[in-house]
Design a protein around this ligand. Structure first.
Ligand code: NAD
Length: 501
């Protein structure tokens, strides 16, 4: 559709007629919780209740896992002819695109991101992920090894079985799609547990899988709280793997649950405290500044790789801060997420808003200078808004430089050249991503080699496509999403030795 169609009226009119799918989706049909319990999904822009969503627990997880296991054993998906499976996933991807507007509204209303970010970022990211993994299905190969003349030895690559996917609220659709692509492409059955702050789009996804020709029972959705439905999934003895994206704290819990139950595989994509480094030799400061503001304030700063620590060479520090302030002012409009001119919506919940505000207080009390922001949106007191905020004079030992705030709060840390920058960049428990701006090719490559992060950008930020790996070092976790490497996380190898006697 022509972008000019997407007016504020268009989205509000469409939102009024939106239907919410609020039950669990198990075995191809909807079901409430056995005990009838629900939780509220709240629109963070207004504070209004959008829907009462089924609150699953042990009983619903048990049922969904049993259904998924039965589907797996039946071979309806796990042994479907690869090219048929490709066709289903390709149609699935196309259907997500066809339903882009509904997905855009569901996630925007549920967690507050600007609806146009859904159209421009989350939908293409989700569609491409499903399409990319559909295309891999008939290219997944085993191997025949060059061994003894009296034997034939081959390696089979096989699905794991039943996979539990636990996803966060910051990109509800896209995080699910990043994991569903490789999990389904390799032939597994899935139980998906969306975040309780953003449950509304997952069921549409599961319905479209069936519409695309996917067998019932292969993709199931159980809603609920992390400590209830999520924990039950993590501890389940018939789950072969948990694919998790969320906080480091919960990622660690899932590893404990695996040890307490059946030693299931756990892949974790967790938090970050991404450094963006700008060295004094970089001659196009405006470009670096544009990427830096987008890198921290995009998606309200609720991004795992948000460039929250900006390490600026002392020689250009003051100039950088002035340009950063001016660019933020002209680029970000806080307000109604359904208004296409809005570039920052509310945070996901009012309790998260309070948490981010408390970090702004911590920054002040630690002695950092509040250069701008720090407030809420006066015209919308019921919304969970926070202005883009910048602290300068930050030391890397301060809590605002060490802890993941997950909001629109940037910290500028002055540095003295490349060695100082690398040392500070690595002084964190996290290791998702890092960027550097320099014209010195030696420094750029040294940084790429020495920085402890799974994703490195040189003279750009947040670039990538489905061929690039997504995952971190250190306490960001061990997971790798996107690209062919993701397939290895949802499959296992088997060695077959045939004696040719
Ligand atoms: P969270 O860890 O609170 O929740 C994530 C998911 O885990 C939710 O579905 C939640 O219900 C579930 N959960 C919570 N407690 C659980 C428990 N005890 N057992 C099982 N499941 C449980 O994270 P969040 O607040 O939803 O998301 C923000 C976090 O996600 C940030 O730390 C962010 O950096 C991270 N994240 C990482 C990536 C990445 O690719 N590395 C991407 C997006 C978000």
């Amino acid at each position: 559709m022509d972008a000019s169609t997407y007016t504020r009226d268009f989205w509000h009119t469409k939102a009024r007629s939106l239907k919410f799918r609020t039950q669990h989706f198990i075995d191809g049909t909807y079901a409430p919780s056995a005990d009838g319990r629900t939780f509220k999904s709240i629109n963070p822009a207004t504070g209004e209740v959008l829907a009462e969503v089924a609150r699953g627990g042990q009983a619903e997880i048990d049922r969904a896992v049993a259904v998924a296991r039965r589907a797996f054993k039946s071979g309806s998906w796990s042994r479907m002819d690869p090219r048929e499976r490709m066709a289903v996933l390709e149609r699935f991807s196309a259907l997500v695109q066809e339903n882009a507007e509904e997905f855009a509204l569901l996630d925007s209303l549920d967690m507050g991101k600007p609806v146009m970010d859904m159209i421009n970022i989350d939908i293409p990211g989700s569609v491409t992920s499903l399409k990319f993994f559909s295309e891999t299905i008939d290219k997944i190969e085993g191997a025949v090894t060059n061994t003894s003349a009296s034997a034939l030895h081959y390696i089979l690559r096989q699905p794991l079985g039943v996979v539990g996917l636990i996803v966060p609220w910051n990109y509800p659709l896209m995080m699910a799609a990043w994991k569903l692509g490789p999990a389904l492409a390799t032939g597994n059955s899935v139980v998906l547990k969306p975040a309780e702050q953003s449950p509304l789009s997952a069921n549409l996804l599961a319905e479209l899988f069936i519409e695309a020709g996917g067998p019932a029972g292969v993709l199931n959705v159980v809603h609920g709280l992390g400590e209830e439905a999520g924990r039950a999934l993590g501890l389940h003895n018939d789950i072969d793997k948990i694919g998790f994206t969320g906080s480091t704290e919960v990622g660690k819990l899932l590893m404990v649950y695996a040890g307490q139950s059946n030693m299931k595989r756990v892949s974790t994509e967790c938090g970050g405290k991404t450094p963006q480094i700008v060295l004094g030799d970089y001659d196009d400061l405006d470009t670096a500044v544009t990427y830096a503001v987008n890198g921290i304030y995009g998606n309200q700063g609720e991004v795992c790789n948000a460039g929250s620590r900006i390490l600026v060479d002392k020689s250009i520090h003051d100039d950088f801060v002035e340009r950063f302030s001016a660019r933020t002012k002209e680029s970000f409009v806080l307000g109604d997420p359904l208004d296409p001119s809005t570039t920052i919506g509310p945070l996901v919940t009012s309790s998260h808003q309070q948490r981010v505000l408390s970090y702004i207080d911590i920054g002040r009390s630690e002695g950092a200078a509040l250069k701008f922001g720090g407030g809420t949106l006066a015209s919308s007191p019921a919304g969970a808004f926070i202005e883009p905020t910048l602290f300068t004079g930050v030391d890397n030992s301060m809590r605002i430089a060490r802890e993941e705030i997950f909001g629109p709060v940037a910290a500028i840390i002055p540095v003295d050249g490349i060695d100082d920058a690398i040392e500070i960049a690595n002084d964190t428990i996290y290791g998702l991503a890092a960027s550097i701006w320099t014209r010195d090719i030696g420094k750029a490559h040294r940084f790429a080699r020495d920085v402890e992060a799974g994703v490195v950008w040189v003279n750009c930020f947040d670039h990538g496509d489905m061929t690039s790996i997504w995952g971190g070092y250190k306490q960001t976790g061990n997971g790798r999403d996107k690209c062919l490497e993701a397939l290895t996380q949802y499959s296992q190898t088997k060695s077959v030795w045939v004696h040719l006697g």
